[in-house]
Design a protein around this ligand. Structure first.
Ligand code: NAG
Length: 501
């Protein structure tokens, strides 16, 4: 049996009443109070932080030099009592990420307190802000401080290099690499890869290659090194060099992987050089490196884009032959591209025959592609048929994208009180899909054109009630209409809304 406690409860009129409560209630009250106290302190701390941020931001004027801002902070009595924490500094740095002078002044001000030390993360943030705003000398100063505090990591170095290269100062990035030991880090494969990757990403691929040729005598490259270079060459559309890099890679005893090949294949696909694509597929096979479904999806999409539909469909055969299973994304892309090309029968064949044969389940996107294809080619009956199928399949549910083309079709076919009414009902009551701005806009404009102004206006109000801001065009459209009909209240409502736009 539960033991019973007597508890005195003071009600809000200040009268003491005796109450009988079980132990469970009593202890849960105690827990509740502890939690409340914790919440209270947590809230107090957050409020403190917000207050400190507010105080400091009001002290920081615009357009001064960072020294001026720093001096004004140091001499200000009002900011002296502020409790410094990493959290506070990071918040302020984030706030001033586009204003390096204020950010640096705050950083310096906090750092001038003898009992406060900046964290590694704050230092990294500061370095990044200065680099991004191209205050390179200041960035070097901070880096030097970090070095003295032994706070530099490879992550810091990556940021610094990236900012130098981003400012087209690639030589400075290389110098940072040369100084790595002085900065407290090692020159090894990992740090070399960071440098090469940074250079390649900003299209300094030739420079990266030169540096690699020099460094390879001291630092062993790995597969990642070569993939970086392959990516780089492809990025600047020098696919022959990328291909050569594969040979070089093999020379070093590094096995080219599916990523190495797929990167080059993608590049040839963009050039629509399909002979080379097939050559590479053969080479992969010879190397015992199987293409994956991503590789095949790339090829198939490129073929379809080049309007080589038969060949695109043959990719499925190729995949089957090597035992690579197509997935939903593969088929979705295929259906989408066939649809765009007007190959309705082929798309339908893929959907009805190829997918079940490959035991790949369609998802919402698959159905959506079929529906929008049929709507686009004015085969509304078939589009609605797919919707029915989707609902019956139990595999997935329609989403807002499913309904967009269907709503348009309803307007086109003037099936408003029938089909449109039904699908809206399903959307809201059966699938609980919240209407978004573009759906409301589509509906309101459609209903207006179909001379269903009352309905359009009801939806307009519903949208406004949900704080979805209507487009200006929509307001204009309805305003003229309600003015003509002397709906005074509606006119006022719309005008109030338009003032806010
Ligand atoms: C359908 O599947 C593909 C591939 O897995 C995925 O990219 C896509 O987001 C899915 N669509 C939906 C609506 O879940």
């Amino acid at each position: 049996m539960r033991s019973i406690y007597r508890l005195v409860v003071r009600d809000r009129f200040g009268i003491c009443t005796m109450a009988l409560v079980s132990r469970t209630l009593f202890s849960s009250l105690a827990t509740y109070h502890a939690a409340e106290a914790r919440d209270f302190w947590h809230k107090e701390q957050t409020q403190d932080l917000t207050r400190s941020v507010d105080i400091l931001t009001t002290k920081i004027g615009k357009g001064n030099s960072e020294d001026d801002i720093l001096q004004s902070l140091i001499s200000d009595e009002g900011v002296n009592g502020i409790h410094l924490s990493e959290n506070l500094i990071n918040r302020l740095l984030f706030r001033y990420k586009d204003d390096w002078k204020s950010a640096l002044a705050i950083f310096r001000w906090a750092g001038s307190h003898s009992n406060f030390k900046h964290s590694q993360q704050s230092y990294d943030m500061m370095v990044d802000i200065l680099g991004r705003m191209k205050a390179m000398d200041k960035m070097r100063e901070i880096l030097e401080e970090m070095r003295q505090e032994s706070l530099i990591t490879l992550n810091t170095i990556a940021k610094v290099m990236r900012r130098f290269v981003g400012a087209r100062q690639w030589k400075d990035a290389v110098r940072i690499f040369d100084d790595l030991q002085f900065l407290g880090l090692e020159k090894n494969t990992e740090s070399m890869n960071v440098l090469l990757d940074t250079l390649c990403k900003e299209k300094f691929v030739e420079q990266a290659r030169e540096i690699y040729l020099e460094l390879k005598h001291y630092i062993a490259p790995n597969a990642h090194t070569f993939n970086i270079l392959i990516h780089g060459w492809c990025n600047i559309r020098r696919v022959e060099e990328a291909h050569w890099t594969i040979q070089e890679m093999k020379g070093y005893g590094c096995r080219p992987c599916v990523i190495s090949y797929s990167t080059i294949i993608q590049c040839y696909c963009q050039e629509q050089n399909f002979d080379r694509v097939y050559d590479l597929l053969d080479e992969m096979q010879a190397q015992n490196c199987s293409p994956n479904v991503v590789t095949y999806t790339t090829i198939m999409c490129a073929l379809a884009k080049a309007e080589k539909f038969e060949e695109a469909l043959q990719v499925v055969e190729r995949m089957n032959a090597v035992g690579c299973r197509p997935d939903t994304l593969f088929f979705n892309s295929l259906i989408y591209t066939l649809g765009r090309a007007g190959r309705i029968d082929d798309a339908t064949h893929v959907f009805k025959v190829a997918m079940p044969k490959a035991s790949v389940a369609p998802n919402t996107s698959t159905y959506n592609s079929m529906i929008s294809m049929f709507c686009y080619y004015a085969q509304e009956e078939r589009a609605f048929g797919i919707l029915k199928e989707m609902e019956k399949s139990g595999l997935c549910k329609p989403d807002i994208q499913t309904y967009h083309p269907l709503i348009k079709s309803c307007f086109k076919m003037r099936e408003i009180d029938t089909w449109l009414n039904d699908i809206l009902n399903d959307m809201v009551n059966k699938y609980h899909i919240g209407l978004d701005l573009s759906t409301y806009t589509l509906l309101i404009h459609g209903l207006y054109r179909a001379d269903r102004c009352k309905w359009a206006f009801d939806l307009f109000e519903e949208m406004a009630d949900q704080d979805i801001v209507p487009r200006y065009k929509t307001c204009r459209l309805l305003l003229d209409e309600v003015k003509q009909k002397n709906m005074h209240l509606a006119v006022v409502k719309i005008e109030v809304l338009m003032k806010k736009l």
